[in-house]
Design a protein around this ligand. Structure first.
Ligand code: AMP
Length: 220
């Protein structure tokens, strides 16, 4: 079954972890705009240069740049592939833009899953987070460290602590989430796509189980 899913929720809630796990299990396409932007920065593209300061400050990159990025990226995705959007859309303008892009491809958002956890938990997770520069897998020095220090278990790539995971920037990212992204919750409550809520304040395996249930998938 092919579907278009949005993983919605604040930074540090575990959207990336859950998306990677589901994509590994069902072969869907994990589309993280944060990862695409970091790749653009590494490649030194115009978009990467424009985004750097905003990202490092925890601010959002403008909607038009993000929508162009997503539209371009989807050109390389098979039309029948399941898509898991992670960290996108982040504003109602992006949500409307996504509907238009999908409609052009004869597709639509099938399901929105909102992951929720208290701010203290998010801050704790982000401060210990280590992210793979190659495959975007995430680890945590406090409760899910990699087998070898600094090396990704999944692909062998280097693990880093993101600049924007530093405490001051995390506070700003949480504010930005509240003011610009949280309005998407009521937006999607009034949208054709069905929205489900999953508590992310539990062990990752339990979150994953609840995530699959929310999507109507069997326990694989
Ligand atoms: P993430 O990896 O999702 O935490 O994103 C890291 C940073 O990239 C964010 O703090 C924003 O600066 C930028 N970013 C990622 N996705 C978006 C988006 N959909 N809209 C605007 N900015 C984004």
């Amino acid at each position: 079954m092919s579907m278009v899913v949005i993983l919605l929720g604040p930074p540090g809630v575990g959207k990336g972890t859950q998306a990677v796990r589901l994509a590994d299990s069902m072969g869907g396409e994990h589309v993280s705009t944060g990862d695409l932007l970091r790749a653009a920065r590494r490649d030194g593209t115009e978009l990467g240069k424009k985004s750097k300061e905003l990202m490092d400050a925890g601010e959002l990159v403008p909607d038009d740049l993000i929508l162009d990025l997503v539209r371009d990226h989807l050109k390389g995705v098979a039309p029948e592939a399941s898509i898991l959007f992670d960290g996108f859309p982040r504003t109602t303008a992006q949500a409307d833009g996504l509907d238009r892009v999908l409609e052009e491809a004869g597709r639509r958002v099938d399901k929105v899953v909102l992951f929720e956890a208290p701010d203290e938990e998010l801050t704790k997770r982000l401060s210990g987070r280590r992210s793979c520069m190659e495959c975007a897998a995430v680890f945590n020095v406090s409760f899910k460290d990699s087998e070898v220090d600094g090396i990704c278990d999944r692909c062998g790539g280097p693990l880093i602590h993101r600049v924007d995971d530093e405490p001051e920037t995390v506070m700003r990212r949480l504010e930005v989430y509240q003011s610009q992204t949280a309005p998407l919750v009521s937006h999607y409550e009034n949208h054709d796509a069905k929205m489900a809520r999953v508590s992310a304040d539990q062990p990752a395996d339990d979150v994953y189980r609840a995530f699959r249930t929310a999507l109507g998938l069997d326990w694989a």
